[in-house]
Design a binder for this molecule. Structure first.
Ligand code: PEP
Ligand code: MG
Length: 588
């Protein structure tokens, strides 16, 4: 029983998206407009805060009436009518009453109470399938933002959530929000939307920020500053944790840290199985800022550099010169290891490369990856030239995303050859033998891998997309997350088929999708015959240690059995049995 005045512990369940534990108060951000600072007030301060709210409303109303009359002189009744509607929003008694009572009940400052009430209101409206109502949310956001600006600043400001350590709770986070997150303050995050394979989750794993997605709570009901534990291992957000829970998580956190430290000691050790089969463990990167993390991880190269992240905070891809500088820096810093630069993979759930005149009805099956590059030869050329120029400063390979068949490979290679000829004529240094590889992430490419293999130097299997397209399950849709199964028999058969085609043609196969970093599956992937695993920098030491604990011969026998198995769970169990047998201490 909680003592009097003590808040009850509440546990929300979600999908574990990035492992780790964070213990800190929550900070809640919602959709639409940015959140104001939040702080607690005493009961004696309730009236003052309510007064501040009334005052902010009055100021806003005066401003709107003045705007309305100015606009009427300039543009007439029609245009100025919009401000009349805005004033009406402010006069809605139910909103005003709810804000006043929220201040009193939550004992939080007026601007935050107003923000929380408005967000609740907006969220309810967004969920009504009426286009007129949905459009009106923009008006309400506009007015709400104006009110927030009109709060007087004289209230004493207490420590704010966002600048301190906190667990961020949000309706959804775009990859750009995650990439630009202040990693010193955000100890972890939980979102109502999202899935394990979204780029937001991938970034969280890369940064080592614990994360839970698909939370079974309406985020807006969560009160800012509530003490919390975020469990990125099992996918839980625990609010007001009781002392026993806190104690258990503190101990768990220490245990995990011990394992991490022992792994750190092995960093840089060769990754080969106990029976002597070598495997390369390299890292995936999105931003150049990740390089120190990669170097610390002991990764033997970069197996996937997602260059579309250069579009973050930019309208278009940087020019050749700028790209050449960035790629050359990565090549130089990673030498003597190889850096595989993937050409732009924009579209789908990623960053768009340009605004389209018509929204695509099905972006995942639309204008994505190599299709964009081949349709924009000037942009493609700049990127290939930049990659080639970087190859003079280290070991560089190029890789094309979303390949569906041979003609795309040949057209892309033709661009590489033309750029090589140009650079040669211009006397600019580059590596003539730069390896050219492709992602195998469209089932058509996996099925035709034998036809394509003679034309490339390596395959890198993008399991995130390969699974999505093979089992027809959107990788970022939480409603179908249950059906997204990396060990689906069809998926492992495609992986096997790809590896066989590569082996028969004397080229290597790696895996750079998230499956590569899941150590429950390392025995299966090893047994199927992959030669490289490219994973988030945080996962490098763990995957390396898993490989060093396994016997390739034993894994190959298990993989043969898995290939005959009819069910995803059965295949997962086979792989898990070896993982448990050889490195149970590494499993989360
Ligand atoms: C993949 O699809 O597995 C992959 C590595 O590429 P991305 O996640 O960037 O689509
Ligand atoms: Mg992909």
């Amino acid at each position: 029983m909680p003592a009097k005045g003590e808040k009850l512990q509440v546990i929300y369940e979600g999908i574990p998206a990035s492992p780790g534990i964070s213990i800190a108060p929550v900070h809640v951000i919602a959709r639409g407009f940015s959140s104001p600072e939040v702080y607690e007030i005493t009961e004696n301060e309730v009236e003052r805060e309510q007064g501040r709210f009334t005052q902010a409303l009055e100021i806003t109303k005066r401003q709107l009436i003045e705007l309305q009359s100015r606009l009427k002189d300039l543009a007439g009744d029609n245009e100025s009518g919009i401000f009349e509607a805005h004033v009406m929003i402010l006069e809605d008694r139910s909103v005003v009453k709810r804000v006043q009572s929220t201040i009193e009940k939550r004992l939080q400052n007026a601007e935050y109470a107003f923000y929380a009430v408005m967000q609740n209101f907006l969220e309810a409206m967004r969920r009504i399938p009426d286009p007129y109502l949905r459009e009106r949310t923009a008006d309400i956001e506009d007015v709400a933002e104006r009110v927030l600006r009109n709060f007087s600043l004289e209230a004493d400001t207490r420590p704010m959530g966002p600048d301190d350590h906190h667990v961020l709770v949000a309706y959804d986070l775009a990859p750009s929000d995650t990439a630009s997150m202040n990693r010193k303050h955000v100890l972890g995050f939980a979102t109502e939307q999202g899935s394990v394979n979204s780029h937001t989750a991938i970034l969280a794993r890369a940064f080592g920020i614990p994360a839970v997605v698909g939370l079974d709570a309406a985020v807006i009901d969560i009160i800012a500053l509530t003490p919390s534990i975020l469990d990125g291992y099992t996918g839980k957000l625990i609010l007001n944790p009781d002392p026993e829970t806190l104690d258990r998580y503190r101990r768990l956190s220490l245990d995990k840290e011990r394992v991490r430290n022992s792994l750190d000691a092995m960093r840089g050790a060769a990754t080969q199985t106990v029976d002597g089969r070598p495997l390369t463990v390299s890292a995936n990167i999105e931003l150049v800022d990740d390089l120190p993390l990669v170097k610390r991880s002991g990764a033997k190269g970069i197996g996937l550099y997602r260059t579309e992240f250069l579009l973050l905070n930019a309208e278009e891809m940087p020019d050749e010169q700028r790209q050449a500088q960035v790629y050359s820096r990565v090549a130089r810093e990673m030498a003597p290891h190889t850096v595989i630069i993937r050409t732009l993979d924009a579209g789908g759930d990623k960053l768009p490369v340009e605004a389209l005149t018509d929204a695509e009805p099905n972006p995942f099956l639309g204008w994505r990856g190599i299709r964009v590059s081949l349709a924009r030869p000037a942009m493609f050329r700049e990127q290939i030239r930049a990659v080639l120029r970087a190859s003079a400063f280290g070991k560089v390979a190029v890789m094309f995303p979303m390949i569906s068949g041979l003609s795309e490979v040949l057209r892309s290679k033709d661009m590489v050859r033309r750029c090589m000829d140009e650079l040669e004529k211009e006397g600019i240094a580059f590596d003539r033998h730069l390896p050219v590889g492709i992602m195998i992430e469209v089932p058509a490419a996996a099925i035709c891998a034998d036809l394509v293999a003679p034309y490339v130097d390596f395959f890198s299997i993008g399991t995130n997309d390969l699974i999505q397209y093979t089992v027809a399950v959107d990788r970022v849709n939480p409603h179908v997350a249950e059906l997204y199964r990396p060990t689906h028999p069809a998926v492992i058969r495609l992986i096997k088929r790809t590896i066989d085609a590569a082996t028969n043609n004397g080229i290597w196969t790696g895996i750079c999708g998230e499956m590569a970093g899941d150590i429950r599956l390392t025995p299966l992937l090893l047994g199927l015959g992959v030669e490289e695993l490219s994973v988030g920098p945080q996962q490098v030491p763990r995957v390396g240690q898993a490989i060093r604990s396994l016997s390739h011969a034993e894994c190959a026998v298990m993989a043969d059995e898995a290939l005959k198995h009819p069910r995803s769970q059965g295949i997962l169990d086979l792989s898990m049995a070896l993982a448990r047998k050889h490195y149970s201490e590494l499993l989360d």
